[in-house]
Design a protein around this ligand. Structure first.
Ligand code: ATP
Ligand code: MG
Length: 333
């Protein structure tokens, strides 16, 4: 095993990049309920990491531990090079957290919320005003700046929340369900904001229940299930974990269907629909060889469709139904 590597330029998703967040065997229980049951993570600096899980999976608990709002019962966690247990101040100085439940004070204006954050970060008055104006502008809140935040829409509040998080210029940002409850347009705006943060070099740790969101934004995704990481990898790696990619051929002529079915032995038959499913990785090469084979066999399908598994398939395969990762062998919902 190579013990050291030459210094080479590294991409942010290169596993050799310095870790912004790393955990080993992180555990947390509330009473007799085990919420996190040994979590190992390594998030390279400058990357986007998505922690995916259903309600109650422990996403917020993980964020709270990593941002030092809650202490773990066991294991280790390092954030921005500081241990959360022994150097919480170091962690706090480096991170920003936008919680699942807004930190915005509705009784005061958006601008006042921002200035309050600037005070909390001990920015000199003029610097606080400058940063506030700049961030309000960046998040399209200048016009609403002098109105009470309680009058803001959900999307505006969420933008204000993130703007407040950025006042302290964090290198690592935790976004706990940044788009839950937003309409599609606001969600896309939020995605754009997150991409801009990343292009500034910030590490983003986000939690989400939306597979599409993780697919869209994250360099790496971990699926949290029953207190453990059920799977971890890029969206493509996760999709490859589960079967489901296939090419479907549909026929109208029963004879053509029969002859294709007897020749294509690896195909799954659907005699009712006169359709065949052939497992496929979705590559052009595989599609071409299938088409060549159909041509040479004189088989003509009336319809050919490609199906690739999406993250929803992965998520449900890992967290529900016939759960392949269910080590206890219990019947699950
Ligand atoms: N302070 C607490 N006291 C007792 N139980 C708690 C506490 N905080 C969280 N829990 C429990 O821990 C589990 C995980 O909660 P957590 O909020 O981390 O889940 P989540 O993945 O963020 O869910 P959601 O998608 O609903 O936000 C839940 O069963 C919750 O009831
Ligand atoms: Mg939560």
């Amino acid at each position: 095993m190579p013990s050291s590597v030459m210094p080479t330029p590294r991409r942010s998703d290169d596993p050799r990049s310095p870790a912004a967040v790393s955990t080993v065997g992180l555990r947390k229980s509330y009473g007799d309920k085990t919420v996190l049951d040994g979590i190992d993570l390594r998030i390279p600096a400058g990357s986007v990491f998505a922690l995916l899980g259903p309600n109650g999976a422990g996403k917020t608990t993980a964020v709270k531990i990593l941002s030092t709002l809650v202490t773990a019962d066991g294991g280790q966690a390092q954030v921005a090079g500081h241990d959360v247990a022994t150097s919480p101040d170091g962690v706090r100085a480096a991170v920003g957290v936008t919680g699942q439940f807004s930190a915005v004070d509705g009784l005061i204006t958006g601008e006042e919320n921002m200035l309050l954050m600037a005070d909390l970060h001990h920015l000199p008055k003029h610097e606080g005003r400058r940063v506030t104006a700049e961030l309000l502008e960046r998040f399209d809140l200048t016009e609403a700046a002098k109105k009470p935040a309680s009058t803001y829409s959900g999307g505006m509040k969420r933008r204000l929340d993130i703007a407040m998080t950025l006042v302290g210029k964090p290198r690592i940002i935790f976004l706990d369900e940044p788009t839950t409850g937003l309409d599609p347009r606001s969600r896309h705006n939020m995605w754009q904001i997150i991409r801009e943060l990343v292009s500034d070099g910030v590490t983003v740790f986000l939690t989400t229940q939306y597979l599409e969101e993780a697919d869209e934004l994250a360099d790496r995704i971990a699926v949290l299930h029953e207190g453990r990481i059920a799977a971890e990898g890029t969206a493509d790696e996760l999709k490859r974990l589960i079967p489901g990619g296939h090419i479907r051929l549909r026929f109208t002529d029963p004879d053509a269907y029969q002859s294709a079915a007897s020749a294509l032995r690896e195909a799954t038959r659907d005699d009712e629909a006169l359709a065949l499913q052939i497992p496929s990785d979705g590559s052009q090469r595989e599609l071409r060889s299938l088409l060549d084979w159909l041509d040479s066999a004189g088989v003509e399908a009336d319809e050919l469709t490609m199906h690739s598994p999406d993250l929803d398939d992965v998520f449900f395969a890992l967290t529900g139904g016939n759960d392949r990762t269910d080590k206890k062998g219990e019947a699950v919902r």
